[in-house]
Design a protein around this ligand. Structure first.
Ligand SMILES: [Zn+2]
Ligand SMILES: [Zn+2]
Length: 231
């Protein structure tokens, strides 16, 4: 069954960014057709709905042609019984896996292609004969989790700037804020995220774009290690 056929069967529109379309649908109907428990989509849909309504912060990742783009945690991928891409991996400020304390990767370690959806798994891979798991690269078939993770607590001193360390921590606060629809300010008061998140963004307290790129961090760590050896 193709993705278009699946969409027809579920009565949902086919579009390049399936996440964005999905969050405005009658999810009860989709849950029932898939045999899933009711309300299972509530949490990810709310995150996408709240995130896409923010005016200044553009939280989700897209390819240049408007497809959904994801980062991934190699250790989470390795742990998952059936590999999948959790919705919060799509949010730009989310750069640190809080479970494994490693940085999110933004491309295949072997061919450097980004992780984009939707993708035809049955036609993916280096030979076009398909891939089996979502944790494989759609282009070269390599297992994405075979990259050596960057554990932030093991980085050499000075590899991350103080601002970058703050940005890493704020990724979790950001996702939590859009999941709950509010956040707590320094005075301990609940405030509306539509007002607070753009302020955080203007103060560069949220990672965005190529800042905190895993490969840039790897290169900086290499330089720092060489610097220590020269001393
Ligand atoms: Zn993880
Ligand atoms: Zn690859």
């Amino acid at each position: 069954m193709s993705l278009r056929e699946l969409c027809r069967w579920l009565e949902i529109p086919y579009r390049r960014d399936m996440d964005a379309g999905f969050c405005n649908l009658k999810t009860r109907q989709v849950e029932a057709r898939c045999g899933l428990r009711p309300r299972v989509f509530d949490f990810p849909c709310r995150m996408l709905r709240v995130g896409s309504a923010l005016r200044t912060v553009r939280p989700a990742l897209w390819s240049e042609r408007g497809r959904s783009r994801y980062r991934f945690c190699p250790k989470c991928f390795e742990d998952q019984h059936t590999p999948y891409l959790p919705v919060h991996w799509r949010f730009d400020p989310w750069r640190l896996c809080f479970k494994h304390r490693c940085m999110m990767e933004d491309a295949c370690w072997k061919c450097h292609m980004p992780i984009l959806l939707p993708e035809k798994m049955e036609q993916g891979g280096a030979d076009g004969k398909g891939i089996t798991f979502m944790s494989q690269c759609f282009h070269c078939s390599e297992l994405l989790w075979r990259v050596a993770p960057i554990y932030v607590d093991q980085l050499a001193p000075l590899v991350l700037s103080p601002l970058q360390e703050v940005q890493l921590q704020n990724g979790c606060a950001f996702v939590s804020a859009i999941a709950h629809g509010y956040m707590t300010n320094l005075l301990g008061r609940a405030v509306r995220i539509a007002k607070e998140l753009p302020l955080m963004e203007r103060m560069q307290l949220l990672a965005s774009g190529d800042s905190l790129s895993p490969n840039a961090i790897r290169q900086r760590e290499l330089l720092e290690e060489e610097g220590w050896q020269d001393c």
